[in-house]
Design a protein around this ligand. Structure first.
Ligand SMILES: Cc1cc2nc3c(=O)[nH]c(=O)nc-3n(C[C@H](O)[C@H](O)[C@H](O)COP(=O)(O)O)c2cc1C
Length: 385
């Protein structure tokens, strides 16, 4: 390929677009467009943006140190274009009708028509000649309810339809080109896979305590159809009464967006699994928005290697995106002894509804039951303080 050189005064950089919401001094909302925007993560996700020149957004942010970032999508461009080409210092931007909501964690205006919104607190700002660079810690993410069931590690961008800025025009995003790592494999490069890539929120697996197998031997990924047969055969071989339909049902639920099914691989072999249902459908929290961790197991030959801990770390991380707490039910007989101990060590506490049997709460001195797998105790863990 032959190249030419351009002067550095020229920048071509396709960028995401956000409507930045701030409070005016009199409490009314103001919005503008910012496209010089990017994300980073250290202690949680941060949004960095550069605001140039004199504008009301800049004055408001420097005074209040907070803002909202409302993703601009194809269907909100009509509003965004107006905000981005009208100066707030000249007039109140109320010519077009739109809905103003208030932030849940940060007192900032949000746009009701936006599908994806960040509420941010400015933790640092750096003056840069005529511009200022702000670093906002994301304190809350408000998304349209319809996206709730989406797998947050594999967001379908074409469903959200963000608009892209490419000076001085707006574009939509195109089709999916592949999964991360897929192209490396297609190019014939094969290497030992380590754990999941570092997440956008800056959290990856916690360091393995001594005694754990090395991190590069593990990977946590979504459950796939071929896992069903492998787990069924392995569990039968270790003396469990497993039917393949159990896994097939979970895979169908995952396909329908009801759950995220995780598999831990050890040296490329499926070693354990767990499922995160985004809403409880049975037990004390049926019908609520509380995620529930279901059917957690590590094959016996892979135990005491830290696999269960890694699976639970990932399951709780996923649940934590949807709610402040997560629940699970644990069996009460000795077969669940190690799970009971692990849940307590991880901070799960009984939810106070007592013993459940066959999906119903036991009535004191009345319910007669057997200590089988259907006798359970619900436990809950707070994920965010
Ligand atoms: C597509 C587009 C992208 C923009 N990106 C930025 C940006 O990254 N930084 C910036 O300071 N201004 C940017 N602007 C300009 C502001 O949005 C614009 O000056 C706006 O009128 C400021 O409103 P305010 O006075 O209410 O704050 C952009 C405008 C448009 C239309």
């Amino acid at each position: 390929m032959e190249h030419i050189d351009l002067q550095p005064g020229f920048v071509f950089s396709p960028q995401p677009m956000y409507m930045i919401g701030t409070n005016n001094e009199d409490g009314t909302p103001n919005f503008c467009i910012i496209t010089w925007i990017g994300f980073s993560a250290d202690n949680g996700p941060c949004l960095m943006m550069t605001i140039g020149g004199t504008k009301l957004t800049k004055t408001n942010i420097l005074r209040e140190k907070r803002f909202s970032a409302n993703m601009i999508t194809e269907d909100t461009l009509w509003l965004a274009d107006y905000f981005g080409t009208t100066r707030g210092e000249d007039r109140a931007k109320n010519v077009l009708p739109y809905t103003v909501l208030r932030g849940k964690m940060v007192d900032v205006p949000l746009i009701g028509e936006s599908h994806w919104i960040y509420e941010c607190e400015v933790i640092r700002h750096i003056p840069l000649g005529g511009a200022v660079r702000c670093r906002g810690a994301v304190r809350n993410i408000r998304i349209e309810r319809a996206f709730r069931e989406m797998d947050m590690d594999r967001i379908v961008l074409t469903r959200i339809r963000p608009a892209v800025y490419s000076p001085y025009r707006y574009y939509s995003v195109g089709e999916l080109l592949g999964e991360m790592g897929e192209w490396k494999t297609r190019c014939g490069v094969s290497e030992a896979v380590s754990s999941l890539p570092e997440k956008a929120d800056g959290m990856s697996f916690s360091p393995a305590p001594s005694g754990d197998a090395p991190a590069e031997d593990f990977r946590v990924r979504r459950m796939q159809p071929s896992d069903a047969r492998i787990f069924t055969e392995e569990e039968i071989a270790q003396g469990w009464y497993t039917d393949i339909s159990k896994f097939e049902g979970r895979l169908r639920d995952q396909e329908a967006g009801k759950c995220i099914s995780l598999v831990a691989e050890y040296r490329g072999r499926p070693a354990g699994y767990v499922h995160v249902y985004l809403r409880s459908t049975e037990g004390p929290y049926a019908g609520t928005d509380l995620p529930v961790i279901v059917d957690f197991a590590v094959l016996e030959k892979y135990r005491r290697m830290g696999i269960g801990r890694r699976l639970m770390d990932e399951a709780e991380r996923i649940a934590g995106r949807y709610a402040d707490a997560v629940c699970l039910a644990v069996g009460l007989h000795s077969g669940y002894g190690s799970a009971q101990r692990m849940y307590v060590k991880r901070g799960y506490i009984p939810d106070g509804t007592g013993i459940w049997y066959n999906g119903k709460p036991c009535i004191p001195y009345e319910t007669i039951c057997t200590a089988d797998d259907d006798m359970t105790l619900f436990m809950m863990k707070k994920l965010h303080s």
